[in-house]
Design a protein around this ligand. Structure first.
Ligand SMILES: Nc1nc2c(ncn2[C@@H]2O[C@H](COP(=O)(O)OP(=O)(O)OP(=O)(O)O)[C@@H](O)[C@H]2O)c(=O)[nH]1
Ligand SMILES: [Mg+2]
Length: 181
């Protein structure tokens, strides 16, 4: 598209213009990483949490091609609570403003329905168990999430479950299936 514009400018004797495009999307999905990869240089800051890019930044890719890195954005209100849980689970919402135990419970229930074998593999859970607290106890003990007195620390356990999910330790999980869109 840019080439044809620049060809016309050239015919008229006007200097070519840089081709500029904007990269945008929800937080923490790899926008800045992609731009760095295309630029072949670490120009944009990246990190495994949302809100790493704080302001817009033009980055030269090659020749007369530039990409605008932008801070991740979310829409103001989630029409469906489940959308919020999914975005929280994948790390697109700051953990500090979430109840991580709620998110971890959502993840476990989702995995029970869609990926039971992954849960059995990683934590050797009894998939038929109805009481989610028993699962938390099993995972907490297995992963060393213990408070003084040897009781399971549910906050730490929630954190471990989310880290395992985000690091791919629970397997390749997708929260949106084509048939559910
Ligand atoms: N496994 C994997 N991790 C990736 C990939 N792309 C990015 N990441 C990681 O995902 C995390 C987020 O990457 P960023 O590039 O900072 O994401 P962003 O979309 O710019 O995030 P904000 O600026 O916070 O909106 C970083 O820890 C990256 O290393 C990928 O293709 N695969
Ligand atoms: Mg970024």
């Amino acid at each position: 598209m840019g080439q044809s514009i620049n060809d016309k400018r050239k015919e008229k004797g006007i200097n070519p213009r840089s081709i500029r495009a904007m990269i945008l999307g929800i937080p923490n999905v790899g926008k800045s990483t992609l731009i760095n990869r295309l630029a072949n240089k670490k120009r944009a800051q990246t990190g495994d949490k949302p809100g790493v890019t704080k302001k817009q930044q033009w980055i030269k890719i090659q020749g007369e091609f530039e990409l605008l890195d932008t801070p991740g954005i979310l829409w103001p209100k989630f029409e469906d609570q489940e959308v919020g849980y999914k975005l929280a689970a994948i790390g697109s919402i700051k953990d500090q403003i979430l109840h991580l135990d709620d998110i971890a419970v959502y993840v476990l229930k989702f995995m029970k329905e869609h990926y039971p074998a992954f849960l059995e593999d990683r934590y050797q859970l009894d998939i038929e168990e109805e009481d989610i607290v028993v699962w938390f106890d099993t995972i907490g003990k297995k992963r060393g999430c213990l408070a003084s007195g040897g009781v399971v620390d549910y906050d730490k356990t929630s954190d471990v479950i989310l880290q395992d999910l985000r690091n791919g330790k629970l397997g390749n999980v997708t929260f949106d299936h084509i048939d559910s869109l």
